[in-house]
Design a binder for this molecule. Structure first.
Ligand SMILES: *Cc1c(COP(=O)(O)O)cnc(C)c1O
Length: 337
């Protein structure tokens, strides 16, 4: 089966860059949702701990349970709140407050302009009251930026809204819940704005080595952590004019030596790339259509690197680095180099 290499040095490099910005490893909550953006949940949790991080963010309670031993605290973005001292749960709506288990740690998400999740600014007072009445433990207030990686001033507008949400929370909370934390920084925000006053930054894509900011913003150099590799299954000689794969879409322009490699759309590699002939990072075009478990390349090497930079691969596939890595199958073996 295809396999993934995780470059530990590059991961640590990226984390160091962000640690320089926050001033402390304790202020970085590494986002490990969706199998750590396809990099491997437990593996990346373990490496994060080795680096010295103490906080993580995931989507589900199930994910959190798998990586609990590695962190002091884990924030869960999208699951029903239950009582567990080392966890907190984002409340995405008023309804979430009513569903939360008594005694659970919660962080109220406020909608500051993305209009995806969170209570409205006008609902903050009511939400805090209800959280108190339902005997939940409010730990923080959070929000998410919709355009931090775009060349616009929207980020500043949304940060202003968040500051208002913070002020309103402090007013209505009236020192009832102690030590509230406030956080709204994702990777792109952390690259653009000073981070040294943030209680935590929620660091996702940047830790994995990608920045989607227009190059004008580029501040720190990040290095891709993941590379995808495939192994040779069979090699054959193809005569000029013979066709390859389903539909015989590729026609050999000359006699050539080709090999089948063990990666396909069943592994989370996109088939749509066959429309445009994806070029691997070694410069080899994928010949013909992608099958469920196989691709064909003009090569006889035992192992080939399909991509070592998901941002560039994503450009070829007309998507973002997030999707390229996140969709990679959980069963693909991950090895640390
Ligand atoms: C995924 C996510 C992040 C991380 O975003 P990146 O762009 O990968 O840094 C932060 N906060 C929330 C709420 C998220 O859903």
């Amino acid at each position: 089966m295809a396999f993934i290499k995780i470059n530990k040095q590059n991961f640590f490099h990226n984390l160091s860059q962000f640690t320089n910005r926050t001033g402390s490893k304790d202020n970085i909550a590494i986002v490990l949702k969706d199998n750590a953006y396809g990099h491997g949940l437990e593996l990346m949790a373990q490496l994060s701990q080795e680096f010295g991080l103490t906080q993580a963010v995931v989507r589900t309670y199930k994910e959190a349970k798998l990586i609990k031993p590695y962190f002091k605290h884990i924030l869960i973005l999208g699951d029903k709140a239950v009582k567990d001292d080392s966890l907190s749960f984002a409340l995405n709506s008023m309804e979430d407050i009513t569903l939360a288990q008594k005694g659970s740690n919660v962080e109220l998400k406020v909608d500051t302009g993305m209009h995806r999740n969170g209570v409205a600014m006008e609902e903050i007072e009511e939400a805090i009251k209800l959280i108190g009445k339902r005997e939940l433990n409010l730990m923080g207030v959070m929000s998410h930026n919709r355009s931090a990686d775009e060349l616009s001033s929207e980020l500043f507008w949304q940060q202003k809204n968040f500051q208002k949400a913070v002020d309103v929370t402090i007013l209505y909370n009236n020192n009832n819940f102690k030590n509230l934390r406030f956080h709204s920084f994702n990777s792109a925000t952390s690259l653009r704005l000073p981070c040294n006053k943030e209680s935590i930054i929620r660091l996702g894509i940047g830790a994995y080595g990608y920045s989607h900011l227009p190059s004008i913003y580029e501040t720190i150099k990040l290095k891709p952590v993941l590379s995808l590799w495939a192994k040779r299954v069979a090699t054959r000689e193809l005569k000029k004019g013979q066709r390859v794969g389903y539909g015989g879409e590729f026609i050999a322009p000359k006699d050539m030596t080709i090999s089948t490699y063990d990666l396909g759309y069943g592994d989370g590699w996109m088939r749509s790339n066959s429309l445009k002939r994806f070029i691997t990072s070694d410069g080899l075009p994928i010949l013909g259509r992608v099958s469920m478990d196989y691709i064909i390349l003009e090569s006889s090497k035992d192992e080939v690197c399909i991509f070592d930079d998901a941002l560039k691969a994503g450009e070829q596939l007309e998507t973002i680095s997030y999707e390229v890595t996140t969709q990679l199958d959980r069963d693909i073996k991950r090895v640390v180099t």
